[in-house]
Design a protein around this ligand. Sequence first.
Ligand code: DGY
Length: 316
Amino acid sequence: MTVDILMPRPMLLSVQEKLDAAFTVHRLYDADDPEAMLAEIGDKIRGVALSWSKIDTAFLEKVPNAEIIASFGVGYDHVDTDDCLAADVMVTHTPDVLTDEVADTAIGLMIMAIRELGQAEQWLRDGNWTGKGPYPLTPATLRGRTLGIFGLGRIGKAIAKRAEAFGLEVHYHGRSRQDGIEYPYHASLTDLAAACDTLMVVAPGGAETKHAVNREVLDALGPQGFLINIGRGSVVDETALIAALEAGAIMGAGLDVFEYEPEVPEKLLQLPRVTVLPHVGSASQATRDAMGQLVVDNLKSWFETGKAVTPVPEMG
Ligand code: DGY
């Protein structure tokens, strides 16, 4: 007897092939009327292979026999874990396999932003090097900077290690001071911002961190400051960020994630010292394949042994 799995949105081909080989997969996105499809097959769904769609009680009621939500990605703010716990549904994510990739991207984004590498490349591509001469010297340098990391988890630590190799001093803020970590800890995000000139957001999304980076934090970061966001767009109050950049309260920003992505405010795109990437932190084929494999492994392990490989921390 095969297990019926729901796939609300398309996943990587490599994942789909592996899931098709092990389960009966129902593709919600293929249905002309997804609600009608759910009404028809919802009862037999025992697992969900998820990529970024919202899971809450309203959804779980449509798949009342679901036992597991296997979510693609380390962040899972689109899944209401309280609702899943209440419905006795396991939630898994894909940590570790993307840590180094995201940390590499974070460092690249930071250097791009501070040294204006994207803008300099555009200068060359636009013919300005031959036409107008060299790209203007950048007012900012990485040299002598202090990096404040908001969210010193696995990815935050990997970023810190790299930043140290670049000669940066590292400080951090998070829910609590961590044992065995020697970087200076700041109990509030504003204090962290005041102690550094480059603020790296690695914190997860969700209600707890929504708009944590607000105007007060940006003012504390100061006029030499750069905000780098590799975590979640919702952590930064984008309106406050635009206002701070326009007023020169901070110097620039490097953003891989946005509050309403894939929508990016036009104003942000027009500001001169903003580097933007389309949420590519973990987006290499090898890393995404490894994340996909973990989705498959979690589902298989759950239905073969009753245990998940990488449950989210809330599952206990
Ligand atoms: C994640 O896994 O949460 C990342 O944002 C993907 O790049």
